[in-house]
Design a binder for this molecule. Sequence first.
Ligand SMILES: Cc1cc2nc3c(=O)[nH]c(=O)nc-3n(C[C@H](O)[C@H](O)[C@H](O)COP(=O)(O)O)c2cc1C
Length: 273
Amino acid sequence: MKINNVWKIYFSATGTTAKVADAITSQLTAHSIREKTHDFTLPQARTSFPEISNGDLVVFGVPTYAGRVPNLLLKYLGTIQGNGALAVPVVTFGNRAFDNSLIELRDILESHGFKTIAAGAFVCEHSFSHTLAAGHPDENDIALAKDFAETIYNKVSKIDLNLYRHEPIFVDGDEDAGYYQPKTDDGTPIDIRKVKPKTDASCTKCGTCAKVCPMGSISFEDFSTINGICIKCGACIKKCPVKAKYFDDPGYLYHKVQVERNFARPAENKIFI
Ligand SMILES: Cc1cc2nc3c(=O)[nH]c(=O)nc-3n(C[C@H](O)[C@H](O)[C@H](O)COP(=O)(O)O)c2cc1C
């Protein structure tokens, strides 16, 4: 089968999922296939979904949040339409585990008219941390993503549409499992849902934080005011040029230190083809 367009479609608050998706699609475009992009990180990009056609190949990336697809995205993901296009679900995760995010993303794509033919889970720097999987995706991850793209290309090239009988790609995970619940070492649940970032006196009022917030929750009148929901994605913290944004909630800080300590071992990327 010949691919008409290769689509790079992703949500990426701190930019790691974007890098992985880009490594895969840029390798595919080396085969003279046109690339199209839909970055739905910001709220204004989640008001519509691009027209995808049968004959397109879509690399669809989201980060793992609490072991699943970020739940704030589920409403938008309920509106997507694949129209028979081939798809490659890709999740990133911050060195703990991707748990059930890949199986959930695969099932969402399959139930919206995509045919999943390969999938991948990539270790990337944790949104909460500058040490956990620091610097990932690194050169080796990007090389793996490019090899993965070649394998996908070969697989698609061999598809004869007259004979093709689609089976969703097998991936690890449990579709019935719930969200990962952070707990203290003695087992008390840590609830960080209402936690919001603070702003220190070094803020230069450049407005970067308000521009990059995927929920559009940071006030443009007063950058220290969070008007809406905060998903702890780390965009305002990691993208602030003077590091003026921070979390001081004890539960959040406990959980951050705990994952840095308990999941310091190198986790592995996982490819399904
Ligand atoms: C709210 C939240 C929950 C997360 N949960 C997990 C998790 O369950 N397992 C894990 O390994 N990483 C987890 N992460 C880390 C992200 O999956 C990881 O850093 C990802 O690469 C971020 O992607 P981005 O750079 O595209 O935003 C979480 C991050 C956030 C913000």
